[in-house]
Design a protein around this ligand. Structure first.
Ligand SMILES: [Zn+2]
Length: 96
């Protein structure tokens, strides 16, 4: 996995894109990068998963600690399975 300046910029603005808070031009640039870069796309998808898990777990914004636990769990599952199935992630999270 290589990480060039495009990656850095995409990751810097990942949250803004997820929240729809960045301007259209920036959002388009980040999305274009995500389409080409597996590494950044995985980060983006992981963040999306975390957000949907948090949204289904509670209506309010999740405490930082819960958020970290979810990210850690997803990362562990990805490392374990190497495939990063979203449905597997959700199942294991809910099973707890
Ligand atoms: Zn990238």
């Amino acid at each position: 996995m290589s990480c060039d300046s495009g990656c850095q910029e995409a990751l810097d603005h990942l949250y803004e894109v997820l929240d729809g808070e960045c301007d259209e031009q920036r959002g388009a640039a980040v999305r274009a990068h995500l389409a080409e870069c597996d590494h950044c796309r995985q980060q983006y998808e992981m963040e999306s998963e975390v957000r949907s898990l948090v949204a289904s777990a509670c209506c309010e914004q999740a405490p930082e600690e819960l958020r970290r636990r979810i990210i850690t769990r997803i990362t562990q599952i990805r490392v374990t399975t190497g495939s990063g199935s979203a449905s597997l992630t959700v199942e294991q999270y809910r099973a707890e």
